[in-house]
Design a protein around this ligand. Structure first.
Ligand SMILES: [Zn+2]
Length: 533
């Protein structure tokens, strides 16, 4: 009998951490960062103390107290004595791996806390994007998905209170097992990037392992990796063969994106396994229909073609499909798409695996916008040096505003005093509506910025009587990463599992209501609760 225990992703969107056990074998299905619960206690300037290691996330109920799976360098003295009476406490002798579905932090973030020798199974693209995000991102404890510098416990200089801190420059790298490709198919440049990065000298880091995914390969359960379509490249679903039959885990998926064919193929192949259980996401269960990426292209093109001055496009940073949509619009409207160095780093990384991704140095419609920063990281300096002829500054954009589409998010809007947008400038909002009060405050600020600089907003949700919604005539600028309700039901009808377990949803009851008398039994998981298959 296979047992599933749900440590995250229950009645919440994100934070998936599902333990699958059979006999002595154990796998985690994702090990994500729980955004929603984290926001209950923390904000940008109030964070779990990095010097307290595992204590803070565990004490605040963000990380399950499972002794034996976490980095020992993050244990504070007496940590486990404190949690042994916790209802979720367990000691796990061994974990065979994490099956990672994609590189969004709500699925991957808390891998940072796991022991480095627990292997992470993923697609090559997911592994590489996870590394690109870490290389070019912040350096907090929750961003150490691919590598970390081990911490030591002790009092810092002139201080009595001991804390965890990293002195060592040596990086330890996590073991990633590539499930969808054999390593021989990766280029020397790709392997070099993984081992040491694009420019840095090689540090002591673990090699990738090619994982042919069969029971003889050293991984203890028979696994299948199914590529699917989501708002980040490289996403996959997983199949795990147990003595109670196949268990399928969807990760996040959609049927309306550019790579919808992948999700359709997944449904067909999973159906052929006659699975005992399907663990399925339900982010957008209440949505009736989807906007497609093609519609986003058409709607955004219509608006941008009319713009007389600067265009700013706001979309999710890792949504490469959306970036390519706006690149096409830049070509169609005779503008240049100005991306930030971190986007350039992501594209450079993706090109190692997908040569059809444009080369910044050669693509005449792509440039890199150098923002005003006081301290330039080495990777930023290197990528800019490499694309030296493609650098634009605020004054370049300011003096030829009708020639650019700037890829900015709200957090980049403080560049506007240098750019000085002219009348007729347009802010195209190609992302989702605010989900909580904090985001609502940011949206109010964004409206203030745009009004102050006389920029017209297009597709940006507006507030009326406490409700946020996009004006009807400006809808259709964002294709969600998640399937709508009818599409999710078609996934269930297509795969026909005996048991359906909804995760990553605030309305999991949707499935019980819509699948009654259907031959599929819906089981709603509880936090820390177990489902036997
Ligand atoms: Zn996701």
């Amino acid at each position: 009998m296979a047992r599933l225990t749900f440590y995250g992703g229950v009645n919440e969107i994100g934070g998936n951490k599902i333990l699958l056990e059979e006999g002595g074998r154990r796998l985690f299905l994702d090990f994500g960062f729980p955004y929603k619960r984290h926001k209950l206690f923390y904000e940008e300037y109030l964070k779990p103390r990095s010097g307290a290691g595992l204590l803070d996330p565990m004490a605040m109920g963000l990380l399950p107290p499972l002794e034996g799976i976490y980095r020992e360098d993050l244990e504070t003295p007496g940590l486990w004595e404190r949690f042994r009476d916790n209802s979720l406490y367990r000691k796990l002798e061994r974990v065979d791996g994490v099956l990672l579905t994609h590189a969004h932090l709500d699925h991957s973030g808390y891998i940072s806390f796991l022991k480095a020798d627990i292997p992470v199974y993923s697609t090559a693209v997911t592994a590489f994007i996870a590394k690109a995000i870490q290389d070019s991102g912040r350096s907090g404890l929750e961003q150490q998905v691919c590598y970390f510098s081990p911490a030591t416990w002790g009092p810092p200089e002139d201080w009595k209170q001991p804390a965890l801190f990293s002195k060592s420059k040596v990086k330890q790298q996590r073991q990633f097992c590539i499930a969808d490709k054999s390593l021989e198919t990766l280029s020397a440049d790709a392997l070099q990037f993984w081992a040491s990065g694009f420019w840095e000298k090689a540090t002591r880091q673990r090699e990738l392992i090619s994982c042919p995914l069969n029971p003889h390969s050293g991984c203890s359960l028979n696994l299948l990796c199914f590529p699917v379509d989501h708002s980040i490249p490289g996403a996959c679903a997983w199949g795990i063969e147990t003595s109670s039959g196949w268990i399928i885990y969807s990760g996040d998926l959609r049927l309306h994106g550019k790579r919808a064919a992948l999700t359709k193929k997944f449904i067909e192949e999973a159906a052929r396994l006659h699975p005992s259980a399907l663990i399925l996401e339900g982010t957008n269960v209440s949505r009736e229909a989807n906007i497609t990426e093609r519609e986003v292209y058409e709607n955004a093109l219509k608006a941008i073609a009319k713009a007389k001055s600067l265009v700013i496009a706001d979309f999710y940073a890792r949504d490469v499909d959306r970036l390519l949509t706006f690149l096409q619009i830049a070509r169609d409207t005779n503008r240049k798409l100005a991306i930030l160095p971190k986007d350039a780093y992501l594209l450079k990384t993706m090109r190692l695996l997908e040569p059809e991704i444009p080369d910044i140095a050669r693509d005449s419609n792509l440039v890199i916008y150098q923002d005003t920063i006081a301290k330039v990281d080495l990777w930023v300096r290197n990528i800019c040096k490499e694309c030296d002829s493609k650098i634009v500054l605020a004054e370049d954009v300011g003096s030829a505003q009708d020639k650019f589409i700037l890829c900015f998010s709200f957090l980049d809007i403080n560049e506007l005093p240098s750019i000085r947008p002219k009348p007729g400038s347009l802010y195209v909002f190609s992302s989702s509506e605010p989900h909580d009060e904090e985001q609502e405050i940011d949206f109010r600020r964004l409206h203030e910025w745009l009004e102050y600089f006389g920029i017209k907003a297009f597709g940006l949700p507006v507030e009326s009587n406490g409700e946020w919604s996009t004006p009807d005539e400006e809808k259709g600028l964002h294709a969600s990463g998640h399937a709508c309700g009818p599409d999710l039901l078609s996934v269930v009808h297509g795969i026909k599992p005996k048991i359906l377990i909804p995760v990553h949803s605030e309305e999991p009851e949707f499935y019980s209501e819509h699948l009654r008398g259907n031959g599929t039994e819906v089981r709603l998981p509880k936090v820390g609760g177990m489902v036997e298959v």
